[in-house]
Design a protein around this ligand. Structure first.
Ligand code: LMR
Length: 332
């Protein structure tokens, strides 16, 4: 009787905690790292470096499987998969956590950071460390921030002034701030998973979008977006996340080693992201398929002015403390 009760209890525990790490039986802990970007991008490179270092330093104890290009889960599915243990690590863009915390919306505010170096400074501040813990109540545990780059606008027509965007439909990530940013231009938006963007641009469901160079080039968007305007109006950064229950179930020594590897990878991703984007920008120019529009300072200021009212709309939800800390990094 006792044996059956204990078997039933074990079965119950296993179903209740599908994401528990199991190292006791000698089998390695498997970390499935799923993401939506190409392997050539800063995130793609980071995931592969994490796998390489883990397999060198924790051989036989931890096995990392990387699934790029939405091959395992796409946007809209991956966070649910993290919650029920079908995947153990993700690095979604900060725009995709809207449902879990409003504080991360700060990263979507247009023209908030003057350049990538300012974003890098903010990610090292105490306030950013605090943001890593902002989704604890949903069991989402932030392990670090990875950057990609500044976003540029693209469309099927030349965008030189904010009025040029009026009436167009833009593909956006699932973010209310980005929705408001395009509404401020008189444009409409469609929230679409990254993997569906190319098709939507090709079919004309949407006519424009925004990306850093690495994503634009790796998705071959120049085939369906003949014009890119260098606006640097926003940033694309990620949070590497795991499931808190899964993470704390990993034996302490292994977990500490994983965290130290991740810190090393984070440093590498963030140090090389800008060069990675510059390489892709140069490849795009050399390819000659897209017309790249460089704005004058006055034209750039007009985009800023058109999008700036968005800040007022969201500062309450984001919190004055976060906004203040982010603005402070523009002054070195
Ligand atoms: C996007 O959906 O545009 C980005 O978040 C894709 C990415 O780099 O993760």
């Amino acid at each position: 009787m006792f044996k059956y009760l204990s078997l039933a209890l074990t079965a119950l525990l296993l179903t209740a905690s599908p994401s528990m790490a199991t190292a006791e039986d000698g089998a390695p802990i498997v970390i499935k790292f799923s993401h939506v970007s190409a392997e050539s991008t800063p995130k793609g490179q980071g995931a592969l470096l994490f796998k390489k270092l883990v397999e060198e330093r924790l051989a036989g104890k931890v096995k990392v499987e990387v699934y790029a290009n939405s091959a395992l889960f796409g946007d809209g599915e991956e966070l649910a998969a993290l919650a029920d243990g079908r995947v153990q690590m993700l690095a979604p863009s900060l725009s995709k956590f809207d449902k879990y915390t409003k504080r991360l919306q700060v990263f979507d505010l247009p023209f908030l950071f003057t350049d990538q170096a300012a974003v890098d400074r903010f990610l090292k501040r105490e306030k950013s460390r605090e943001l890593l813990r902002s989704m604890n109540s949903s069991n989402i545990y932030g392990l670090g921030f990875w950057t990609n780059g500044m976003k540029q606008l693209s469309a099927n027509k030349a965008l030189r002034t904010p009025a040029d965007a009026k009436g167009l439909a833009f593909r956006i990530q699932a973010s209310s701030v980005l929705e408001a940013q395009f509404a401020a231009l008189g444009a409409t938006t469609v929230k679409l998973p990254f993997a569906e963007t190319y098709k939507a641009l090709e079919s004309g469901t949407v006519q424009g979008t925004e990306n850093p160079w690495s994503n634009f080039v790796s998705q071959k968007f120049e085939k369906v977006q003949p014009y890119v305007t260098i606006t640097n109006h926003g940033v694309l950064s990620y949070m590497v996340v795991t499931n808190s229950k899964f993470w704390t179930s990993i034996p302490f020594q292994i977990r500490t080693e994983l965290e130290s590897i991740l810190d090393e990878v984070t440093l590498s991703v963030n140090q090389t992201a800008e060069a990675n984007n510059q390489r892709d920008y140069e490849a795009l120019v050399a390819g000659g398929k897209a017309k790249i529009i460089t704005l004058t300072p006055a034209e750039q200021a007009a985009w800023r002015e058109a999008m700036l009212p968005v800040w007022k709309q969201f500062e309450g939800e984001i919190g004055a403390d976060v906004l203040h800390a982010a603005r402070a990094v523009n002054r070195k």
